[in-house]
Design a protein around this ligand. Structure first.
Ligand SMILES: O=C(O)CCC(=O)C(=O)O
Length: 204
């Protein structure tokens, strides 16, 4: 089987093992809040359309983005960060926002930059707006794709270890789909020294 549905709507988990864990909580945020947060962020954030160098060509990043240190973020995001830190027990200090305008917007399979993250700290993804499918895949040859439908108000908690062993991404879709905003909360820090050394060697 090449595709597996990872979570059911009861909020199930890819359980903790040596490769980490994914924990999905539907309605982490009540629907009225999820709607209000979506509208406020869509209308007030200074969304950036970025271009990035890929394979020697400059391409549009296929989504709008924004990023804040939590202490300097707009009040709604600081409030979101405080709720999340209280609910997860982790002192998040950074939030990255992604706005997927339609099915053409996406994020390619990737793992987060571990050299910028506090070792051991999870990454928390809060979804607002339209449901989009996330694809998770263990690194290595011929690993099956796992799918999670990320609904408005849901929280997906990805443990630090998953960033070593899995990629995650939001593929494009030809199905008609509304706008989605995701909030990616992280604990930014100097990161793992070993990973920093590898990165320094790569960019010399
Ligand atoms: O939109 C999402 O849920 C995923 C975002 C993501 O992978 C990222 O910001 O690195």
């Amino acid at each position: 089987m090449s595709q597996l549905a990872l979570f059911d709507t009861a909020g199930v988990v890819l359980p903790e093992d040596e490769y980490g864990s994914f924990v999905y909580t539907p309605e982490w945020l009540p629907p009225l809040f999820a709607e209000a947060w979506f509208e406020e962020l869509r209308d007030t954030i200074d969304w950036q359309a970025q271009r990035r160098l890929m394979y020697d060509r400059e391409l549009d990043v296929p989504r709008l983005t924004a990023h804040f240190e939590l202490a300097l973020a707009p009040p709604l995001l600081q409030d979101a960060g405080e709720r999340l830190s209280a609910s997860v027990g982790v002192a998040f200090n950074s939030v990255g926002l992604n706005r997927y305008r339609d099915g053409n917007d996406s994020v390619a399979p990737h793992n987060d930059h571990l050299d910028e993250l506090e070792p051991g700290a999870p990454i928390a993804l809060v979804s607002l707006g339209a449901t989009r499918r996330m694809t998770l895949r263990r690194k290595g040859k011929n690993q099956p794709a796992l799918h999670a439908e990320l609904e408005a108000g849901s929280l997906l908690l990805m443990s630090y270890e998953t960033q070593l062993h899995y990629t995650h991404g939001i593929p494009k879709t030809t199905e008609p789909v509304g706008e989605r905003i995701s909030l990616a909360f992280r604990v930014k820090g100097p990161g793992d020294e070993r990973l920093q050394a590898i990165r320094r060697r790569q960019y010399r």
